[in-house]
Design a protein around this ligand. Structure first.
Ligand code: TPP
Ligand code: NAG
Ligand code: NAG
Ligand code: NAG
Ligand code: MG
Length: 575
């Protein structure tokens, strides 16, 4: 019995533990998707390869096997580059398999012919075309290994149509699943250096990044914080490694924690823009850095580290805990630093409460987010994008479990929302109890109205695969802040809309919820906190039995923005 290139690929993916493929088929990859389904690999057909590549990358972030994005040649790969760049910036594993024109037609102007291996290369750790059908299995094994070892990232595999369609008389040798990534540890002298640094510091701060999620190190980090009682601050996606309600979390005093710490311990977090490069004015110019990172090239980035450790978080953190335990070190809650932080947390809580108490209609962001936070089940997976919607949601919606917050991330990508949500809901629905440890509850998208527009059609995908995603659209009719109906009408009356409509404005009165019925789903328009409570109750009651996405349009005052910050650079938007 003969075997095709597509079947060899499917067998190889299966042997490497790949369970989820997201993509769009066409010539020459239809056979690939079919062959994968025959190997019991779930194929989720999306509406745009951008969303497919985002979805596949979320599988790699959350589970121990990378997700695969399958795309056609030329434009299919161009759209997939979006997810590749995003995954590479976040350090998430992702494998993209792209169809390509037949090798026999190379250079002849074949259908969708493009320099795909070169296009993919800048967004990848590895971009290759197997030399023949015989080397597909070893390429797939290498793809899984390279995408998950070291700092995770992207691998692109280019498959010409004639390779996919070639028939072999017998299956080539398929390598077994590569071992899990190595658990590297640190020399004990460096562990001791860390201890001494922290011991002699006055204002130590631990920063927990999404590297701790990738390293599956939350219980190790919990023990470290439990032993040391050091204050910690999560990065946006580091939220949930330890719950935001943990007594050592100083997320509510972020600015003070960053500006006044004298020693910062980076656990899987990078001193990039999200941490203001570790530089003044957000940091003390003399801040000492203890850095633990899987990637040696990351060490000393932007600020030279006092102690630089290259290792796996799950390998190194237990070593640290051990040395602190041996020395009976526990950072005192009576220290001036802890007291200052606690006062600041409390003060910020009071300020937020003032903002929340304004329940005028249309609601401001704080009122809407507060209502949401009261109704969100603890195990909700929050996917969020937008500018104000994402920033305010980050501070107001607590995260309780590791990996339970996914957002625009290091690359600041709008459009990731629905793809991420579809990936998470697919893991829950099709992955079986193997993934129970992820504790996936309701999948909730907290979307700005502009952000939603980038991938809104994926609501169809969610409906087709019966994924009960709750999609909340914070409608302020614009990018960060919109215009109201009166202003809008003035704009239209005053000249060609292309000259008068502010670039940030979207159309007031847009009913995103009305898209839902087109796909056989429920949509709701929400104007008051009471409406919102009612709808959330409906969405979350008996959630496990739900089989459809829901779209909720939440009217937000277009002038509502972030609370004023002490320094202008804090308000400067992250867009
Ligand atoms: C792919 C991409 N295109 C454009 C941008 C620029 N951008 C940043 S935030 C944003 C949208 C913000 O508006 P919205 O989602 O409505 O959130 P709001 O602040 O209004 O809550 C845009 C377009 C981006 N970050 N990514
Ligand atoms: C590419 O090659 C395969 C097999 O060799 C063939 O079946 C297919 O028709 C070719 N595709 C095109 C677009 O010429
Ligand atoms: C640390 O963990 C132990 C058990 O693992 C627990 O009994 C103890 O209360 C924790 N300590 C703190 C301060 O959280
Ligand atoms: C969307 O929000 C804008 C701003 O509050 C509002 O003018 C508009 O009516 C809203 N549209 C709907 C129907 O939700
Ligand atoms: Mg908006």
């Amino acid at each position: 019995m003969s075997i095709s290139g597509a079947e060899v690929l499917a067998l190889s993916l299966h042997a490497q533990g790949i369970e989820f493929i997201f993509g769009i088929v066409g010539i020459p990859v239809i056979e690939v998707a079919t062959a994968c389904q025959q190997q019991q690999i779930h194929f989720i057909s999306m509406r745009n390869e951008q969303a497919a590549s985002y979805a596949a990358s979320a599988v790699g972030y959350l589970t121990d096997s990378p997700g695969v994005c399958l795309c056609v040649s030329g434009p299919g790969l161009v759209h997939s580059l979006a997810g590749m760049a995003n995954a590479q910036a976040n350090g998430w594993p992702l494998i993209v398999v792209g169809g390509a024109a037949n090798t026999t037609q190379e250079g002849c102007g074949a259908f969708q012919e493009s320099p795909q291996v070169q296009w993919a290369a800048p967004y990848c750790k590895l971009s290759i075309r197997p030399s023949s059908i015989h080397t597909i299995p070893s390429c797939i094994e290498r793809a899984v290994r390279i995408s998950t070892y070291g700092r995770p990232g992207v691998v692109y595999i280019d498959l010409p149509g004639d390779m996919i369609n070639t028939e072999l008389s017998q299956a080539p040798n398929i390598p077994v699943h590569c071992p899990p990534p190595p658990l590297s540890t640190a020399p004990s002298s460096l562990i001791l250096d860390c201890y001494k640094e922290i011991y002699s510091s006055h204002n130590p701060l631990v920063v927990i990044g999404k590297g701790c999620v990738l390293a599956r190190a939350s219980s190790e980090v919990r023990e470290f914080i439990n032993q040391t009682q050091l204050p910690f601050l999560p990065t946006p996606m580091g939220k949930g490694v330890l719950e935001d309600t943990h007594p050592c979390c100083v997320g509510a005093a972020r600015s003070l924690a960053l500006s006044s710490c004298d020693t910062i311990v980076l656990l899987g977090a990078r001193l990039n823009w999200q941490l203001h490069f570790g530089l003044p004015p957000r940091f003390n110019s003399k801040v000492r850095v203890i850095q633990i990172d899987i990637c040696p090239e990351e060490l000393h980035s932007n600020v030279p580290a006092t102690v630089a450790i290259n290792g796996h978080i799950r390998g190194v953190v237990p070593q640290l805990t051990e040395v602190f335990r041996k020395n009976n070190f526990e950072y005192s809650k009576n220290s001036k630093w802890w007291r200052d932080l606690m006062v600041k947390c409390e003060k910020n809580r009071v300020i937020s409460e003032e903002l929340l108490s304004d329940r005028s209609i249309p609601m401001n962001f704080y009122c809407a987010m507060d209502t949401l936070s009261k109704y969100l089940p603890k195990d909700s997976m929050i996917v969020s994008e937008g500018a104000s919607t994402m920033d305010i949601g980050r501070t107001m919606l607590p995260t309780h479990y590791p990996g339970h917050r996914l957002d625009a991330g290091t690359y600041g990508t709008m459009g990731v929302g629905l793809g991420f949500a579809i990936a998470i809901a697919s893991i829950k629905k099709f992955g079986g109890n193997k993934y129970d440890y992820l504790n996936i509850g309701p999948v909730v998208c907290v979307e700005g109205d502009s952000a939603f527009g980038f991938s809104g059609m994926e609501i169809d995908t969610a409906a087709r695969y019966q994924l009960p995603i709750v999609c909340l659209i914070f409608n302020n009719s614009g990018i960060s802040f919109g215009v109201n109906m009166d202003t809008w009408e003035q704009c239209i009356a005053n000249g060609p809309p292309s000259l008068t409509i502010p670039p940030v404005a979207l159309k007031p009165g847009t009913r995103y919820d009305m898209i839902a019925p087109a796909f056989g789903c429920e949509g709701f328009n929400v104007r008051t906190p009471e409406d919102l409570e009612h709808v959330l109750n409906h969405c979350f009651s008996d959630y496990p039995a739900k089989k459809r996405p829901v779209l909720v349009n939440i009217e937000i005052n277009p002038q509502s923005q972030r609370k004023p910050q002490e320094h202008f650079w804090l308000t400067r938007s992250k867009i």
